[in-house]
Design a protein around this ligand. Structure first.
Ligand code: S3P
Length: 443
């Protein structure tokens, strides 16, 4: 098992403040991962702008360098990738290490399943608990030879093999990572690979494959492609990440007298659950200058202080906001009345058990939050302040930072180093925009 010890950091956030001004948060993490992967597998040179420079996406970048892909950058969000074509990757000389990133290991598994060399892939302690049967089973059904460790978790070993066969797969869970993994394996398979999803999930892989000139067809909930085609290099403009913007969106809603403009944010409908849910709770969110860049819809988002009320979160919104529940729970804590989430059991399988860790943290700061098997029931109330443990989960650390805007006393958040996996500039931007946050290094 891969284990690492990091010196840990804590955030000390003083109560109050308002969120004001204009901000562009860093590039979208999901799109940045996919941009590296498809550029590396394309013929020709791809120029990426707006790339997220963070630990998770850097892990993907390093993996492709290790497999012989020549990459310049990242520098100020710019990366140049000299693609080697679908069959040009070289065997890595060391196991590939993906840190905290579930997206990297699951999507790369699809690509690795199609290679003529064997590879070992792992990550940090959190990644070593993430379930992998959801990809190993269908990949092996395609003829791959993927071995996981006990309990079907990383590290994974993917053996070299004969050509993969296409699959017609109905996913038992709504997961963009599983869908993308199988579509990427399908590039290397004989015949057609189809994946059907029980509910819509983020469709960046499909949009980007289309952008790289690879034929891909959607028919309702089913998406299909033929193996054996080619990807052609393009240029990519990565929008700002709505999952990072989400923290400041909620901050501006719950802090009095706030008015915030977030520029160039990706508002792909498969990611827009946060906007839909907050609007149902009474939030004043408006979209401006809507445009389409490289196949992804983008807008500037204006958010003003609003009085929220509790709701029963519609089930169909859950996959569309799957990464935003930590911050949505903070919004619920600040709302009038009860908010109920159900149908979100996947939250227990993220970078931490986000149902339990968030419920513990909310209770520690004085909020009545009752975890259930597949969600949470939260009574809006007064946030008292206190000490919470993020359990190394980046989104939980950032969510409790925002809670301080409405707290009576200071909130101290422990185990925050992993914020660097998705949003290394979070503390700096939070300070600039009006949050009284201090980062404390602990050994
Ligand atoms: C992601 C898909 C989601 C999401 C993750 C990123 C992706 O995971 O939670 O942060 O980029 O495909 P699941 O596929 O497990 O829902």
């Amino acid at each position: 098992m891969y284990m690492e010890t990091f010196s840990t950091q804590k955030f000390v956030v003083n109560p109050g403040g308002k969120i004001d001004g204009t901000l562009r948060v860093p590039g979208d993490k999901s799109i940045s991962h996919r941009a590296i992967m498809l550029s590396a597998l394309a013929k020709g040179t791809t120029q990426i702008n707006g790339f997220l420079e963070a630990e998770d996406t850097n892990a993907t970048l390093e993996a492709f360098k290790e497999m012989g892909v020549s990459i310049q950058g990242p520098s100020n969000g710019q990366v140049t990738i000299h693609g080697v074509g679908l069959h040009g990757l070289q065997a890595p000389s060391i196991p590939l290490h993906f840190g905290n990133s579930g997206t990297a290991i699951r999507l790369l598994s699809g690509i690795m399943a199609g290679q003529t060399f064997s590879v070992e892939m792992g990550g940090d302690e959190s990644l070593s608990y993430r379930p992998m049967r959801r990809i190993t089973e269908p990949l092996n059904a395609m003829g791959a030879h993927v071995l996981a460790s006990e309990n079907d978790t990383p590290p994974l070993i993917i053996m070299d093999k004969q050509r993969l066969q296409g699959i017609d797969y109905v996913m038992p869970i709504a997961s963009a990572q599983v869908k993308s993994c199988l579509l990427l394996a399908g590039l290397y398979a004989n015949g057609t690979t189809c994946v059907a999803e029980p509910a819509p999930t983020r469709d960046h892989t499909e949009r980007m494959l289309h952008g790289f000139g690879y034929p891909i067809k959607r028919d309702g909930r089913r998406v299909c492609l033929q193996g054996g085609g080619k990807l052609h290099a393009i240029s990519i403009d990565v929008p700002a990440d709505i999952s990072s913007a989400a923290f400041f969106i909620v901050g501006a809603i719950i802090a009095k007298k706030s008015d915030l403009l977030l520029n160039h944010v990706g508002i792909n409908p498969t990611r827009a659950g946060i906007i839909n849910i907050l609007r149902q709770m009474g939030a004043n969110i408006t979209l401006h200058n809507q445009r389409n860049i490289g196949g992804e819809p983008i807008a500037d988002i204006r958010v003003r202080s609003s009085a929220l009320h509790g709701i029963k979160i519609p089930k169909e919104q859950v996959p569309l906001a799957i990464d935003e529940f930590p911050i949505l729970f903070i919004a619920a804590a600040c709302a009038k009345g009860e908010t109920v989430l159900s149908g979100a059991e996947e939250l227990r399988l993220k970078e931490s058990d986000r149902i339990q860790v968030m419920a513990d943290g909310l209770q520690a700061i004085g909020i009545n939050a009752q975890p259930t098997d597949d969600g949470m029931v939260i009574q809006g109330g007064k946030i008292r302040g206190g000490v919470v443990n993020s359990c190394g989960d980046h989104r939980i650390a950032m969510a409790f930072t925002i809670a301080a805007l409405c707290a009576k006393n200071t909130i101290t958040i422990e185990d925050c180093s992993n914020v660097a996996t998705s949003f290394p500039s979070f503390v700096k931007l939070a300070q600039e925009i009006g949050i009284d946050i201090k980062l404390v290094n602990q050994l």
